[in-house]
Structures are given as C-alpha cells and as structure tokens.
Design a protein around this ligand. Sequence first.
Ligand code: ADP
Ligand code: MG
Length: 444
Amino acid sequence: MLECAVKNGWIQFVEFIETRCSSAEYANWIAPIRLIEASHEEISLEVPNIFVKEYLLDNFKDVLADFLPLKGSGEPAIRFVVTALPSSAMTSNAPQDPEEPTPSDLKLNPLYTFDHFIEGPSNQFVKSAAVGVAARPGKSYNPLFIHGGVGLGKTHLLHSVGHYIQEHHKKLRIQSITTEAFINDIVDHLRAKSIDKMKRFYRNLDVLLIDDIQFLQNRLNFEEEFCNTFETLLNQNKQIIIASDKPPGQLKLSERMVARMEWGLVAHMGAPDLETRVAIIKHKSELRGLSIPNQIAFFIAEHIYSNVRQLEGAINRLSAHSRLTETHLNEDVVEKILGELFQQDAPNKKISIESILKSVAAVFEVRIAEIKGESRHKEIALARQVAMYLAKEMIDDSLMKIAASFGGKTHSTLLHAWKKVSDQIQINETLKRQVQMVRRNIET
Ligand code: ADP
Ligand code: MG
C-alpha cells in the first residue's frame, strides 16, 4: 500500500464510522484521534488517553482491518501515541478556604473503586467513560450521565471516580451526594437561614457526583436550585457526574434540566452477561475469604442474573453458611441455601442460535449456511448482522461462544454487528419491523 493510500484508508475508516455511531460517541471517541504518520506497514495515531485506544480496538478492530495495513497476525497495524497531559490540567489553582469542603468531608464506600469493578461487555463503555472523566475532570465528557437498572453498579462507579480523583487530583474540591441528601441539605439550610453559604459551597466545587437523580422528579422547588447549581458548575467546566435509573429523556424534569443533562455523554449500564457475573462472584467471594469453585460460580450466575446486589446477597449467605458448617459446596447444597434467591423465569433459556438463524433466514430470504459463511453480499451481510444482534440480545451466554456459533466469528465482529443494527433500527423503520418480526417468530 502506498503511504497516500494508507492515509486515505484512515480517512475512509473515519467517514465510515461517522455514519455508524451516534454524534456524541463520534465527538467523544473518534474526533479526538489524530493521524500522525502513515507508511505502507503501519499507521501512527495520536490519542488523548488510553481509553480512546481501547474504545477503538474493542469496537472496531475488524472494521479497521478492512481499511488499514495488517500485521502478520491479521490485526490492523496501528501504533498509538498517547498525548501527555500538561501538569496544570491535573491541579486546581483555587485557594483553599477552611469553610469549603475538604476531602475528608467526602463519604465514599471504600470498596467502590475501579479495582473492584468487574468489567464486561455490558459496562465496558460506561466504565471507560468514568475512567476518562476521573483522569481529566472537566475536560472530557461533561456532564457524564450514567443510567441503568437497580443494583447494576452505578453508585459503585460514581464512587470509583470519587476515589480516583481524591487520590490523583488532591487539590480538587469534590462532593458526592445523593439527590435526597442534596434536597435535605437545602431544607436544613433554608431553616437555618444559611442557604447562601450552602450555595457557595456547592458552586465552588470542582467535581460534583450526584446519585439517584430520579428523586428530583416532582420536586419542583428543588429542581430549580439544582439546575442553577448545575449550570454554574458546567459553565466553569467543573465536572459533574450523574447516576439515574432512567435516561434523561424519560425523567419527569424540566426541558432545561433534561437538556443540560444530555449535554455531555449519556452512557447506559446494562445487566452483566453470564461470564461477567461469574467473574463478579469470584471476585466478591475472594474478598470475603470464601473460595467458590468455578462450577458453583456458574451455577449461581445462571440462576441470579438481573441484579449484582442479589449476587452479593447470595455470596454473603454462602459465606455465613460456610463459617457455620463444614459442608462441601456442591450444587445441591448451594441450591438449598440459595433456592429462594434463584430467579425462576430464567430468561430466554430455550432460545437457541439455531432458532434465531432459522427465523432470520426465513424473514430475510437467505440460507442459514450463507449467514454462517463469509459472503459480503449486501443482503446476506445484513441478515448475518441481524442474527448476531438478536443472538446477543436474546441469548444469555458469553459473547465469545455466541460469536463462535456463527461459523467461528470473533467477539468484536459480534459487537460490531450488534452496534450497527441497534443504531440502524433507530432510524430505519423497515429494518426495525423485520427485526421485530424475527423476534416474534423466535419467541412463539
Ligand atoms: P446501583 O447504584 O446501580 O443500584 P450499586 O452501585 O449500588 O448499584 O451496586 C450494587 C452492588 O453490586 C454493589 O455492592 C456493587 O459493588 C456491586 N456491583 C455492581 N456492579 C459491579 C461490577 N461490575 N463489579 C463489581 N461489583 C459490582
Ligand atoms: Mg445506586
């Protein structure tokens, strides 16, 4: 490949990706990448931090391989250069005032750190975003809005950012508070006629972590105060991170508030897949000095799947039990101890790759062998991507295993297909209906 062709390859890749990710994703992850050099053997890219590199490789390795020179191993030949941060970006010059919060005011759960946060496909994106924000508060995604179901690790991630900033940006003034506590704070200060002091406190922060914003709904008087604080901080590039059980658009809050929250990066935290649940069980049980064999960890993870907090409850029970008795943990014993925690309606237990392939093949009028094959013919490729999308959505198994059942594809191909179809069904009504039709066929 000529140097110029390689350069063009990169430009074409960027153009291709731009049509395939949301504009926020593009602005946050792709736009900051700079092409420094291209030779016929490799391409050098400058990235602002390691997370951008990870994001690129995790999501687009296969696509990159189509556009760029390859290494002997078949991987795209990219050399990454991470931009160094100027040291001034790491510290705050604001004078310390004894009245203002000091890090000791900060209440963070000591176990909620990045180190104790287990990553998997369902939370990788949001974790990278949180790590990015912790590394460069106020300089990357602001606000960062994290939403997802109960017990999936939102508060854990919020506190992880707090710990990291406390450790690495010692001078930054940071506060972590639940929305309830914030409202109570306002009430107390109104009563004590010290509301100005409180406003000053919050508006002088460098980083505000605010949990469970859904509790601001239907609290009109407080919403306005909150929104003002929010705007003041954002206007000064102070970092805000919000956790919520719903995306901004679904919260019953004023348009102004919703718009502010959508300003930065909105990241979804999904329920962990089977392998991640197993990793969480292993990690949490080791923390409690309990050793759970792999087979038992899988057994528990197969039966408790929608909430990490329940997984922890299960480990606590097992750990209490093992302290009291010497019984060896096998599936029967575990089922006796945990039986009532086990979820009955195991999700999509019976749905198989075969049934997905069959329905997709019927609706898209292609053959199953073609879906599993390598053809890049447009109709076949689309059917393959839809089948991969549905497999990831409907089958609770490791991505690697699912991908392998498509004629040995890789897990990044699967993620790429999933992302593409999820985006397309937002804008392409025909495709959305076809996918719904396949889904109904599979479910009935
Ligand atoms: P949420 O705020 O989303 O309701 P939490 O952050 O309180 O959930 O998490 C519930 C529990 O599950 C916490 O003890 C947390 O440590 C644990 N947890 C959730 N996700 C993970 C994860 N990915 N890795 C490790 N622990 C997790
Ligand atoms: Mg929480």
